[in-house]
Design a protein around this ligand. Sequence first.
Ligand code: NAD
Length: 313
Amino acid sequence: SRDASISIVGSGLIGRSWATVFSSAGYTVRLYDVVQQQVDSAIQDIRHQLNELEKNGMLRGTSKPEEQMALISGCSDLAKAIEGSIHIQECVPENLELKRKIFQELDGLMNDDVILSSSTSCLLPSKLFSGLKHVKQCIVSHPVNPTYYVPLVELVPHPETQPSVVEKTYALMKRVGQVPVKLIREIDGFALNRIQYAIIGEAWRLVTEGIISPEDVDLVMTAGLGMRYAFMGPFETIHLNAEGTKNYCERYAVGMKRVLSSFGPPPEFRDDEIQNIHQALSRRIPADPEHLNARRHDRDVYLAALAKLKKKM
Ligand code: NAD
């Protein structure tokens, strides 16, 4: 073991993912939840996940699932759950009031060294952490689901977050095999969702204006753009698509500006549009738990295979 412990507050989907990631890297992990039953089922679920990862040859680190499990324990007392930890990863539901309540509690219990890191998908650090005594030690570390195969973590500081807290969190994320990126300052949607929403917004427009079907939009991504996006971002793409970025812009900046200025305001997401797109998707994947779960399972299998491929690159 690394002789350092991490605390997870909230043992749902994301709390379990973090526990798996940290224990794989040899950290002691303490899981806390208001619902004791959640901690018990989290521990069972993590054991199952680790065994599955081993079966697929995807287990990180060098220790066996049982050795990793030995590092994970449940705790029903918040003060004990964070005692002596180097890092607290908060994973309670996405609700500002609830998160602020738990941060108030943690603020009274934590020492001056531990890092308090939130998994929030879209709440801003200035809303989450302002007014806390330990605000300098607070940061957002936004993971992606499924975390083990999609390793990105967006680090978003509060204006008062100490630079050393950003650096320590960055180093920790790298050490456990995630891929951290730093936002210099907070912005609504962080980076991942802003880019994702730009894509959804334009896809929505193309479909609702009758240009292309929803099925074909998905193919534009899966058979086109997405093929390289798994290992090459938009900037490297343009750099390679001409004789470097400068040359790309000489050739294509005017065209990009023309097309971008035809985008117009964001879609309204009208009820009739939602209905049509929902129906089109439901013909492919009926929106019931059975079909959705089957497709989620496929997604995870493909992501695992892709993660394996990327390891070799
Ligand atoms: P979840 O509902 O699966 O789990 C939340 C857990 O928090 C539950 O076990 C619940 O019992 C527990 N909880 C509730 N109140 C608590 C309290 N006061 N103290 C301790 N535990 C408490 O939710 P999730 O999907 O794991 O999401 C957790 C966070 O991670 C959210 O902020 C979410 O936005 C973020 N996130 C989720 C995803 C995703 O895909 N699900 C991806 C990235 C980030």
